[in-house]
Design a binder for this molecule. Structure first.
Ligand SMILES: C[S@@+](CC[C@H](N)C(=O)[O-])C[C@H]1O[C@@H](n2cnc3c(N)ncnc32)[C@H](O)[C@@H]1O
Length: 340
């Protein structure tokens, strides 16, 4: 299987989309980190205004859609189950995820601060409620909690949630802001599953799914549920891996097979997704993509850096738009989809 696939890649037989993100704002990159364009800021403000009236808008078919599909791929859960005690080994299997915090935490923080003004010195995300989907051992959940946000981390692997709970219990400061639940996203948004579910609908300021979508069984259900649990104008943050020849060679051949940076079999190239395809999924589920940022891992230094190329890893920020796309076929896409 592997040599065949590798051979086909080398012969260029896999179709590949352009790595650049058509119709999506590329942020400018500062020397020391992220620097978001004023266009991004204006866009966020425009969306805030547009979304402000959503609560009073009519409900329609898709907002009451029942969730029948599961996002869970049992094979993926087996893999993560076997790694559930390893999350906090900074030199172990999740080393690259630990290092990724240097980029993804500011990406999330700065985009949220473009929308929500901070009035809490030292706790810029205070007052915001975040959902970390596929939180694993809480590597990203904890730093977001330390920024002041109230964060719920969910993961279908119970032992990973156990690891996350144990680790956060070492920091008493986190206990009032970070909590965990062993479940999949659809359990928070499915209709008729009880009062707890109902309380989560429309209750989050942001959903974070970092290095998760490439492990899901059903991206449509994921996008639908993200929209359901978000407040109007809420943010969705995704980091994932592009579906390119280069990502196959680097993320699977080099990272898994040659350097063992991540355990062999962690990734299935077929489940990788280009920014363009991800944007299409999200827009058809009522999101507007605000920015996409390329990220690059250097195995020698163990550090991530921002890059203009999204050919391998990328981070994406989208916002829940006011109208449900299936409610209003006349929806004005001129401002919402293409704003280069
Ligand atoms: C590569 S890890 C990322 C963990 C964490 N987001 C981080 O970056 O530190 C992928 C995580 O997604 C979880 N996962 C897999 N399928 C899932 C699903 N259907 N819903 C939620 N999480 C899922 C796995 O259990 C695993 O913890």
């Amino acid at each position: 299987m592997f040599p065949n696939k590798f051979g086909r890649i080398m012969l260029g037989l896999y179709s590949r989309r352009s790595a650049s993100v058509c119709g999506v704002v590329q942020s400018t990159v500062g020397q020391s980190g992220f620097c978001w364009t004023s266009m991004c800021k204006h866009r966020s403000q425009w969306l805030q205004r547009r979304c402000a009236g959503e609560q009073t808008q009519r409900h329609c078919r898709s907002s009451t859609r029942l969730v029948h599909q599961s996002t869970v791929d049992p094979e993926e859960l087996k893999r993560f189950q076997s790694l559930a005690s390893k999350w906090w080994d900074e030199d172990g299997e999740f080393k690259a995820l630990h290092a990724m915090n240097d980029l993804r935490v500011p990406f999330i923080r700065d985009n949220l601060l473009n929308v929500h003004k901070a009035n809490h010195p030292g706790r810029p995300l205070a007052g915001l409620r975040l959902l970390d989907v596929g939180c694993g051992g809480g590597l990203l959940t904890e730093p977001l909690g330390r920024l002041g946000a109230s964060v719920l981390g969910i993961d279908p692997v119970e032992d990973s949630i156990g690891t996350a709970q144990l680790h956060s219990s070492y920091d008493p400061d986190l206990s009032e802001r970070v909590s965990y639940r062993a479940c999949a996203l659809e359990e928070l948004c499915a209709d008729g599953a009880g009062g707890e579910t109902a309380r989560e609908a429309g209750s989050f300021d942001a959903v974070v799914a970092s290095e998760v979508v490439e492990h899901l069984a059903d991206l449509e259900t994921f996008a639908f549920c993200c929209r359901q649990v978000l407040k109007p104008g809420g943010s969705l943050f995704i980091t994932t891996i592009n579906k390119t020849n280069l990502s196959y060679v680097l993320a699977i051949v080099v990272a898994e097979q040659l350097l063992s940076i991540v355990p062999s079999g962690t990734h299935d190239w077929e489940k990788f997704i280009s920014p363009v395809d991800l944007e299409r999924h999200l827009e058809s589920n009522g999101f507007s993509v605000q920015s996409v940022q390329g990220m690059l891992y250097n195995p020698a230094s163990g550090a991530w850096s921002v890059t203009n190329s999204t050919a391998i890893n990328y981070a994406l920020h989208a916002v829940k738009v006011a109208e449900d796309p299936q409610c209003d076929p006349q929806q004005d896409h001129s401002e919402g989809s293409h704003y280069t």
